[in-house]
Design a protein around this ligand. Structure first.
Ligand code: ADP
Ligand code: TYD
Length: 206
């Protein structure tokens, strides 16, 4: 079976991952590559309904329920969108994936990391990204970029986001080959150059 490439974009809210994902897409299209861009939570259909609950429900959401809703979205997303695209040889660029659940629900909400790893595995059938970018910004920069209009997750507060940021940096230490940390406070162009350099290295290897 043909196998495309799976590249994920991660970091705390407002770190600039969507900006960089779109620039990476433009670069790959210019190179004549077959690219699919997608996101979690809520790429389409059922996922959009789950996203609406996850980001906008204003009643009580237990930490376990929150984890399962993100994982339910992921299971659907992998089956319906990501795996078929990879099977047809596409390069899939995904805004958030399994590392988000480890960082936000694991470190942020203090849920058991081993359990999140196990649940991620079940939801994805073990599908790992070939390359992951973490755009690292301080919490002040994140809050400034997100602005006043915050969703349920963005409203979780300073200490929560600090734990999430530390979680990402810890994950990158554990898997330095896969996870590249880039200083998200640099200019958009400087960051994009670094992203494209790493994508080119991956393309040459594959
Ligand atoms: P995310 O997808 O991580 O939430 P976005 O790419 O949507 O982040 O960017 C959030 C905001 O920050 C946007 O207004 C965007 O224009 C701005 N932004 C993105 N990257 C940078 C950067 N390197 N420097 C300054 N502002 C940035
Ligand atoms: P996103 O749409 O990337 O928001 P933004 O572009 O504003 O950063 O992600 C939505 C929120 O969901 C974000 O706060 C991170 C959170 N999230 C989790 O907590 N766990 C997860 O597994 C995923 C995929 C996202």
């Amino acid at each position: 079976m043909q196998r495309g490439l799976f590249i994920t974009f991660e970091g705390i809210d407002g770190c600039g991952k969507s900006t960089q994902l779109n620039l990476a897409e433009k670069f790959l299209i210019k190179e004549g590559r077959d690219v699919l861009i997608t996101r979690e939570p809520g790429a389409k259909g059922l996922g959009e309904k789950l996203r609406e609950i996850l980001l906008n429900y204003d009643g009580n959401v237990s930490d376990k329920c929150e984890s399962f809703l993100f994982l339910a979205d992921r299971a659907q997303h992998i089956d319906e969108i990501v795996q078929p695209a990879l099977n047809s040889g596409k390069i899939v660029l995904c805004d958030r994936y399994t590392d988000s659940t480890l960082a936000y629900q694991g470190w942020g909400r203090k849920q058991n990391i081993d359990e999140i790893n196990m649940l991620n595995n079940i939801a994805t059938g073990g599908l790992k990204p070939d390359l992951t970018f973490v755009f690292d910004v301080d919490i002040e920069t994140s809050f400034k970029r997100v602005g006043k209009n915050k969703d349920r997750m963005e409203s979780a507060g300073y200490d929560f986001h600090q734990r999430v940021r530390n979680g990402y940096l810890e994950l990158a230490k554990q898997e330095p080959e896969r996870i590249k940390v880039i200083d998200g406070t640099k200019s958009v162009n400087e960051i994009s150059d670094e992203v494209i350099k790493n994508i080119n290295i991956l393309l040459k290897k594959s």
